[in-house]
Write a protein that binds this ligand. Structure first.
Ligand SMILES: NC(=O)C1=CN([C@@H]2O[C@H](COP(=O)(O)OP(=O)(O)OC[C@H]3O[C@@H](n4cnc5c(N)ncnc54)[C@H](OP(=O)(O)O)[C@@H]3O)[C@@H](O)[C@H]2O)C=CC1
Ligand SMILES: O=C(O)C1=N[C@H](C(=O)O)C[C@H](O)C1
Length: 252
């Protein structure tokens, strides 16, 4: 270990993504993996290990407790864990207000293709009357819809609202519960759970005489690793809350 190495910890280090993130941190020349913690470990290990950044890839039930500890101890955080609500963001901002030098990145998705899907969906939204999101994940996923699909729908709604678009056309008057998906800010979101799937999303737009589909597929866990490492490098010099990896990408 040298003084210039970034001291990174991974929370959820036995999980599907956390285990890969721990390997990616270990392999990064400018980082040291100083702690790899999972459910039964004591989070106080982070301070003992001198962690500068904690990468949280745990569970929606665990992430807030982890963040309260990290921010309270001046440890920056890179968060991939889902389950974010307005109330949770308000709580996190409250903790950050008391620790103004600390940075937290909350990234609904660390893969570049998914980030672009979200940004392009917001851009496209203003031009189309109809927009729906279908996400597809492995059946071991705890939450539905995915954090990425939820954020995509929110961004589509922002694009629609800025363009003055009203409610989407939909004459459905009889439907089985759930047939039209969950509605996020006026945008239907459908979640498929499928053995063999990893993380996939299609965003459908419909206008007069045309449709547009933006599709992204994460085919391997490695799709998330570059974004996690970039987040860790950048969050240490970005105090406060950053929502979305796009803020750390040079997108022109
Ligand atoms: N933003 C992004 O790009 C990505 C985000 N994710 C998100 O990351 C999260 C994890 O996903 P995934 O790896 O598939 O899930 P897993 O269930 O495979 O991994 C989560 C791990 O965290 C552990 N854990 C639970 N509570 C705690 C705790 N308090 N402290 C430390 N570890 C804990 C779990 O233990 P146990 O099994 O005993 O519960 C498990 O080992 C999900 O919210 C997922 O949506 C995933 C991929 C990419
Ligand atoms: O649980 C997963 O696997 C994933 N979770 C994130 C989400 O809910 O959007 C990111 C990606 O879709 C993989």
């Amino acid at each position: 270990m040298t003084d210039t190495q970034l001291r990174v910890a991974v929370l959820g280090a036995k999980g599907r993504i956390g285990s890969e993130a721990a390997k990616a941190v270990e392999a990064a020349e400018d980082m040291d993996l100083v702690a790899a913690l999972d459910r039964d470990d004591d989070i106080a290990e982070l301070t003992k290990a001198g962690a500068q950044v904690a990468v949280d890839l745990t569970h929606p039930d665990a992430v807030m407790g982890n963040l309260e500890f990290c921010v309270g101890n001046g440890i920056h955080a890179v968060v991939g864990t889902t389950g974010w609500t307005d109330e949770r963001f308000a709580q996190l901002r409250g903790w950050l207000d008391k620790s103004p030098q600390t940075g937290v990145l909350v990234a609904p998705n660390f893969s570049i293709g998914a980030v672009l899907t979200m940004l392009w969906s917001k851009q496209a939204a203003r031009y189309f009357e109809s927009a729906e999101v279908i996400e597809r994940h492995h059946p071991n996923k705890a939450d539905a819809p995915s954090g990425t699909a939820t954020r995509t729908a929110q961004l589509i709604a922002e694009g629609r609202n800025a363009a003055g678009l009203g409610a989407q056309p939909d004459a459905t008057s009889t439907a089985l519960d759930g047939a039209r998906g969950a509605v996020v800010d006026g945008v239907p979101v459908h979640a498929v759970r499928l053995r063999g799937a990893l993380a996939h999303q299609e965003v459908f737009f419909g206008g007069t005489g045309e449709t547009l589909t933006i599709r992204h597929d994460s085919l391997h866990h490695s799709s998330f690793m570059q974004g996690i490492l970039l987040g860790a490098r950048r969050v240490v010099s970005t105090p406060g809350l950053t929502y979305g990896l796009e803020h750390f990408l040079d997108l022109g």
